[in-house]
Design a binder for this molecule. Sequence first.
Ligand code: NAP
Ligand code: G4F
Length: 348
Amino acid sequence: MKTALITGVTGQDGSYLAELLLANGYTVHGIISRSSSFNTERIDPFYRDPHDPEARLFLHYGDLADGTSLRRILENVRPDEIYNLGAQSHVMVSFQQPEYTADIVATGTLRLLESVRDYQAHTGRSVRIYQAGSSEMFGSTPPPQREISRFAPRSPYGVAKVAAFHYGVNYREAYDLFVACGILFNHESPRRGETFVTRKISRAVGRIRVGLQENLYLGNLGAKRDWGYAGDYVEAMWRMLQAEAPGDYVVATGVAYSVGEFCEEAFSAAGLNWRNHVRVDPRYLRPAEVQHLCGDATKARNELGWRPTVAFVDLVRMMVEHDTELAQQERTLQAAGHKVKPHTAVPA
Ligand code: NAP
Ligand code: G4F
């Protein structure tokens, strides 16, 4: 049975990928960051205490900013596959923390590649690496974007992902490492972080629906994204590492909608008219925007046999249903006298 190591295991994708790999019989090791509050909410449902003989998911403290921890974990875990999903992944935050974003997203990837290069050289074992690239790398290049489209990033996050992508390709060419770079378009789910626009919308719809909130404040309603379901996209990551040779693959649905259209669909799923509740607040506008992303995943379909299974409307409904349930729980607790509030202090 194979052993996998995941950076960013506590994130949206990390949690779906860990579940997929466990279901495929893998032993899974995840790197988690030290936090003053719990950050394992997404993996708690399937995590088992390590004393349980059935446990196959193990967690290690480490950080992409800390090369020593990466090397130590690699030596202990001896993985067959590494999925590098760890990142400061918020585009707007990358304008506020560009150096930190570059350090984790770009240099963090370099630290990991260097660790694997040395590890392979002294153990003779080979390791396959998945590098989490992003459609944000295409930036202002018009759609449809495919593997050969020009990278023209519009944010410090996008620039850092382009650097990480090129590090991956360079280590593949220079040291013959098996590095596959996924260029994934936006993918969402009920586990999506609440500061990304889709989840911000579905959370608000749930709360407005049950009477806990009146308005939702957003930035650019005209930006278009190619939104898929995260559960489908981690399957593509896994397939990339099962291929005979490493390559770069766009993963996308091929259909794009605007933020306004996402609002319309989400509010109407709850029997609401979005125009009565959505307001524009300029604080959510970005210094430079990526206006239109829509991917062409022909290569992934032909070479990996991958295709998306969840359509836009079903994705929106899945998120709205989930978040309506959360809002109902919040209302029940409030009615019973508990002081509960969502994390509204975090700017999104
Ligand atoms: P996410 O939910 O934001 O998860 C990011 C993960 O990285 C979290 O587990 C986070 O830990 C961890 N992390 C943050 N800083 C770290 C550090 N210094 N060292 C190690 N780990 C660190 O992101 P996601 O949506 O799952 O995305 C996964 C990867 O795919 C990211 O690299 C992202 O940039 C990329 N990507 C995402 C999309 C998308 O639409 N979701 C599209 C293209 C590419 P904490 O939980 O403790 O913060
Ligand atoms: O949900 P978003 O923050 O995602 P964005 O910027 O596309 O980035 C996500 O997808 C990338 C793949 O293309 C990933 F690499 C990255 O890690 C992340 O997962 O914003 C989507 C769009 C943007 O155009 C933004 O300007 O929604 C617009 N938007 C409008 N109002 C908003 C808001 N975005 C956020 N987060 N919050 C708003 O209030």
